[in-house]
Write a protein that binds this ligand. Sequence first.
Ligand code: ME8
Length: 514
Amino acid sequence: MSANTFYVTTPIYYVNDAPHIGHAYTTLACDVLARFLRLDGWQVKFLTGTDEHGQKVEKSAAAAGIPPKDFVDKVSGNFRELAEAMHFSNDDFIRTTEARHFKAAQALWKALEANGQVYLGSYSGWYSVRDEAFYGEKELIDGKAPTGADVEWVEEPSYFFRLSDWQAPLLEFYEANPEFIAPKSRRNEVLSFVKSGLHDLSISRTSFKWGIPVPGQPDHVMYVWLDALTNYMTGVGYPDTECEAFSTYWPANVHMVGKDILRFHAVYWPAFLMAAGIAPPKRIFAHGWWTNEGQKISKSLGNIIDPFELIAKYGLDPVRFFLLREVPFGKDGDFSHEAIVHRTNGDLANDFGNLVQRVLSMIHRNCDAAIPKPGAQTEADAALLAEMAGILAVLRKEMQAQAFHKALGALWQSIGQANRYVDGEAPWELKKKDPARMETVLYVLAESIRHLAILVQPVMPDAAAKILDQLAVPEDARRFEHLTGDHALKPGTPIPKPEGVFPRFVEEEADAGR
Ligand code: ME8
């Protein structure tokens, strides 16, 4: 039997606009999960990409005065650049304008049709272009969508999907798969929506052209959500359900999404799949919403947080760390300059950075720039090493639950323990008094740092690599399987001159008054 396999996906982002912190956040969570599992020996597929059809994108292209294809090529490129700038480790980047995706979306349509799930009718009702969603009269609040988006009246011939037939099967599915929707609070939301009754869903449009044509009906383009959701299967080779990728990775383990698009993923998507005779994904995790200094992030307020600017200002690793440490994953969070500086200077510079810096410089200065030779262990030494050996089991549990903040909390607890050990053992005083004991203490600390750096790699790959380089840990000995005594640091291994890994954030003159 080969390694455990895992398939994780991000939403595919609309190319109506430049990427912002919200997009970076969802993909980061997937990246950290993918990196963690790969380091733990799993075979992982991590997919992200762009959603390029529909009225919203068509309108943005028109507003920019360029043909839709040129427009989507340009904006999709910005999302690829974001993936590079954030050091995302996605295995594939899907665009819904690609031929492989047309093939998949049309095949899913045909499968639904063959199973008697599609019929021709006409839609008259409200539509929000911003949400790319249909709304019932009763859902409107003061003439707007419940999300606050404008709606317009639409009347046109349309194909429908028999969503109403899937109410009972969906409820049974949720019952049989209590882990399908996470976190728990979101599950209740979906359950009550489905229990309140489902209407058949309009799945084609005739009033514009920018979409995938309905097979055999070129006047209709597929509803953008049916098109977009199919990307998760395109990424693993659908419609070839016999191919290696599909048989290895479908059903997906986690579709990571923001809470705004939970209904599409937890109701429509499993219904489409069950109706087509395909297994639904195992889990939809809906995370919370970021605000900026307490305000909703929106283009009209002009307070969009540009991830490229964040990286330039704070550095990539602090940004990656902050986003996952600051807010319990699943809850809403607020971005503020003060909060990220607090994390950068506290958790990173003071707690982890200082630990690494003082231990490595003591070794460099006092142990001939080589890993020291340990002697007999005291109880305190054994306790710290046992703490380090125990972290992986905790992280595995938290990562399987996508509790990134708890995983980081656990790591920082162990960093705290290592710092208390340094203070308690005071190796700087041992230099004259008991140099052999000093070597043991510094060895125990170096070995602890090796553990911490290996374990922090999924969140801060660059900083972790720098620390492991400074400990002269070979690049092929940085996986979780190496977190055992067999792979412990070898006394006498030369180490390079240490350099700070987590600089403090210093306010610039102009910013000092904030
Ligand atoms: O909905 N806080 O694309 P989209 C946290 N194309 N996350 C945020 C956020 C914020 N303030 N703003 C955006 C779509 N996000 C569809 C998806 S999938 C088959 C099709 C993140 O460009 C969050 O993940 O509007 C949200 O679900 C997603 O961006 C919406 O991206």
